[in-house]
Design a protein around this ligand. Structure first.
Ligand code: SF4
Length: 386
């Protein structure tokens, strides 16, 4: 398949994309842009396009709403005029939109191969097994005593609908990197312990910022018997961290920070909380993509920033603020989310022209038995003001 605008990483992963009909290949940039714009105009208010910050420029320029997972989840929950929600993001985001949509709406993901390796690190059967094992190790899990549950499950929105459903059914809640501290506060108001999945780093960084001592955090490895822990370790833990990570954000290192500071002694480093704790601790600031955008935009003219998050967002900030700020990616080779990148303009065009012709390609449908409980977990999050 020959999709325009391929860089080396894309060329190497081309076979992982969802194949397209021949007629959607080898289009010039101009033709593709013109046809996407025309299809979008024909559909008018029948379609809303949501674009995650990590999407490539050629796609995100057609988004009606851009944002991080929280902002886009809120958009999916409120933009009920459109018949079709085209989600330019990854699979778990489209699933969340399907859970939050109005009954007449359909959610579409332009490339079904756009998944998330972190979300794949927590499977529902692993979580069910972990819950049972923790009970056998003496944790009260669902049992409520004195108004408090033994353990509250918290799942990052970067997880499958099945995981969200388990969490919702067990009194738990979803979080994003924007609201993780507020959500964890909510959870500790209701439970003695908290298990955070699938991203150990978001859990550890947020817990650390909230003052939870590191020796009260343990890592649950779903590939080990008993999570690789003994009953005593689990008993003393306030925060149990699922052993999952983001393959993009864990590429940033403290050595890169040292090299940046050597080159730009006055420069500042800002990191996403999916980075490891040592990187976050060595940075000047940290926060979600929305937080990073605002912090960098609002900084004083002349500031130099190294940003530790996905390279498309960093590149857009570099261009937008070029007049009075210098923005570089912390990783000199740029950290690209290759699954997010699978949503190409060709895929978007195929989806939109299909809708114009009355064909819905790639509809994302969460099974009804998961929807109810997953919605509980999402609604609990959306009710938290932060
Ligand atoms: S950046 Fe990381 S967490 Fe986000 S979609 Fe890509 S792999 Fe998943």
């Amino acid at each position: 398949m020959d999709i325009k605008l391929l860089n080396q990483v894309e060329k190497e992963s081309i076979g992982e994309r969802q194949p397209l009909p021949e007629t959607y290949l080898r289009l010039s940039d101009d033709e593709m842009d013109a046809r996407i714009a025309a299809a979008k105009a024909t559909l008018g208010s029948r379609v809303v396009i949501l674009g995650h910050h990590y999407q490539r420029d050629e796609v995100i320029k057609f988004a009606d709403f851009t944002g991080d997972s929280l902002k886009l989840a809120r958009a999916a929950a409120t933009k009920h005029e459109a018949e079709y929600i085209v989600f330019c993001g990854v699979h778990f985001m489209a699933e969340s939109a399907d859970i939050l949509r109005a009954p007449h709406q359909k959610v579409v993901l332009p490339d079904l191969a756009a998944g998330c390796s972190m979300a794949d690190m927590a499977a529902p059967d692993q979580l069910e097994m972990a819950w049972r094992e923790m009970e056998q190790m003496g944790v009260r899990t669902d049992v409520v005593e004195n108004g408090r549950q033994g353990m509250i499950p918290v799942t990052y929105i970067n997880s499958s609908a099945a995981i969200k459903a388990f969490v919702g059914a067990h009194g738990g809640i979803v979080c994003t990197s924007t609201n993780a501290a507020a959500v964890m506060t909510w959870a500790w108001e209701r439970g003695d312990k908290l298990i955070m999945l699938p991203d150990q780093h978001l859990g550890r960084n947020t817990g650390w910022k909230m003052g939870v001592p590191l020796d009260q955090m343990v890592v649950w490895d779903p590939n080990e018997m008993w999570g690789g822990l003994d009953a005593e370790q689990l008993k003393t833990a306030k925060l149990v961290l699922w052993k999952g990570h983001c393959s993009v954000h864990t590429r940033f290192t403290t050595q890169q920070i040292t090299a940046f500071r050597k080159q730009y002694p006055q420069g500042k480093v800002i990191a996403h909380p999916e980075c490891t704790l040592d990187v976050v601790q060595a940075s000047d600031d940290s926060g979600s993509t929305e937080y990073i955008i605002n912090a960098v935009r609002d900084s004083a003219p002349g500031t130099t920033w190294a940003v530790a998050t996905e390279v498309h967002l960093v590149n857009r900030l570099t261009q937008e603020l070029a007049q009075d700020k210098k923005i570089v990616t912390l990783d000199p080779f740029g950290c690209l989310c290759s699954t997010m990148f699978r949503v190409s303009p060709n895929h978007l065009l195929w989806i939109l022209e299909g809708l114009v012709e009355g064909t819905v390609h790639n509809q994302i449908t969460v099974p009804d038995d998961q929807k109810h409980d997953a919605r509980l977990a999402l609604d609990r999050m959306l009710q938290i003001k932060n």
